[in-house]
Ligand binder design. Structure first.
Ligand SMILES: [Zn+2]
Length: 79
């Protein structure tokens, strides 16, 4: 299951795969490239490097609308 999370420092919305706890940088175009994988909670945000991945919060609906995801997608991913 993909959970949408946001970096609390820069607000970038990313995905987190709950099964393997892997960060997905571009939720609209998920790339499962092992070289790009971020699987550890102490790895910092790939965009601002301010906050470790383990401290990301759930993305808000307004943030999801900003990146073009509808509430329908949001609910599906959280079901
Ligand atoms: Zn960030």
């Amino acid at each position: 299951m993909l959970v949408l999370v946001a970096c609390p420092a820069c607000g970038t919305v990313m995905g987190r795969c709950s099964e393997v706890d892997e960060l997905i940088r571009d939720v609209r175009n998920p790339a499962f490239d092992p070289d790009q994988s971020i699987c550890y909670p102490d790895v910092p945000c790939p965009y601002c490097h301010e906050v470790p991945y383990g401290q990301f919060r759930a993305a808000t609906e307004s943030e999801l609308r900003t990146i073009g995801l509808s509430g329908t997608c949001y609910r599906r991913w959280h079901a």
